[in-house]
Design a protein around this ligand. Structure first.
Ligand code: NAD
Length: 246
């Protein structure tokens, strides 16, 4: 981020008349130590020993047909590493909310780090690793039900599998969360899109339709860069830590 961008961003973020919405993805959490999907060291570029794509292993079909393998993959690649902490981007967004300038954080992330940083208005359109449900009776379980079990985790009431509360490929986004996220977007006149390749639909369409001031903070190009008022390259956590939000 150059000095001119830093000055402009400080002005936008510190203007009390602005209503800002943040739309983010996996790149927001890479500086916390959670790999994204599409960067060079992301999940999609890692060697697969069985020739199956990560998309397939995170599909509803794979969950139904290869349940034990699904959980092995899920525990290894989707559960955040132990002791993971929010970074400067998460904290800056929580501060913007406390200052009354943020209509919400709409995130594709499932790691819960925005809430860990203090954000309250978080719309997790792809769900969360922290909420898991019995596939029969719906009883809710914390992440420990998955991490502290082996093989297929089962419900202590009815013995059926516990399914992670994340949106798998082939599944719909949760309608109520999408509605709330869309309200936060509609209320805003500034959208910051950060740490997302904007390649995963229908989530990306929510950002693509925004008609206010669009700021993209991503370290690689996205399909929406040409529509943006400002494109800020570099690491989003480092960039947020250079701003003076007050
Ligand atoms: P993605 O992997 O497709 O894209 C991440 C983008 O962030 C890339 O364009 C990359 O260049 C950029 N990026 C990486 N680190 C960055 C940084 N420090 N600063 C700025 N930009 C950075 O991820 P996506 O667009 O979120 O979509 C993939 C799906 O992955 C989502 O559905 C999400 O649910 C899931 N996912 C979530 C997590 C998580 O919860 N932390 C981690 C991996 C994947």
């Amino acid at each position: 981020m150059d000095n001119e961008q830093r000055k402009q961003l400080n002005e936008i973020l510190n203007n009390p008349n602005n209503k800002i919405v943040f739309f983010g993805g996996a790149g927001v959490s890479t500086e916390s130590g959670i790999p994204d999907f599409r960067s060079a060291d992301g999940l999609y570029n890692q060697e697969s020993d069985d020739g199956l794509s990560p998309e397939f292993k995170l599909s509803n079909t794979y969950f139904r047909m290869h349940r034990k393998d699904f959980y092995d993959f899920y525990r290894k690649h989707l559960i955040p590493p132990a002791g993971v902490k929010p970074n400067a981007a998460h904290y800056a967004l929580a501060k913007l909310e406390q200052l009354g300038r943020l209509t919400g954080v709409v995130t594709q992330n499932i790691d819960g780090l925005h809430q860990a940083a203090g954000s309250k208005k978080v719309f997790e359109i792809h769900g969360s690793v922290h909420r898991n449900f019995c596939t029969r009776c719906g009883k809710e379980y914390p992440m420990s039900a998955i991490t502290e079990s082996t093989g297929i985790p089962v419900c202590d009431v009815c013995g059926e599998a516990i399914k992670p509360g994340i949106v798998l490929y082939e599944e719909q986004l949760p309608a109520d969360v999408v509605r709330q996220a869309q309200s936060a977007i509609d209320e805003a006149n500034v959208m910051i899109v950060g740490g997302t390749s904007l390649n995963v639909y229908p989530a990306a369409a929510m950002a693509g339709k925004f008609d206010g001031t669009l700021i993209i903070m991503n370290n690689s190009p996205t399909p929406f860069d040409s529509y943006a008022t400002m494109v800020v390259r570099g690491k989003i956590g480092e960039n947020f830590s250079m701003l003076n939000i007050k």
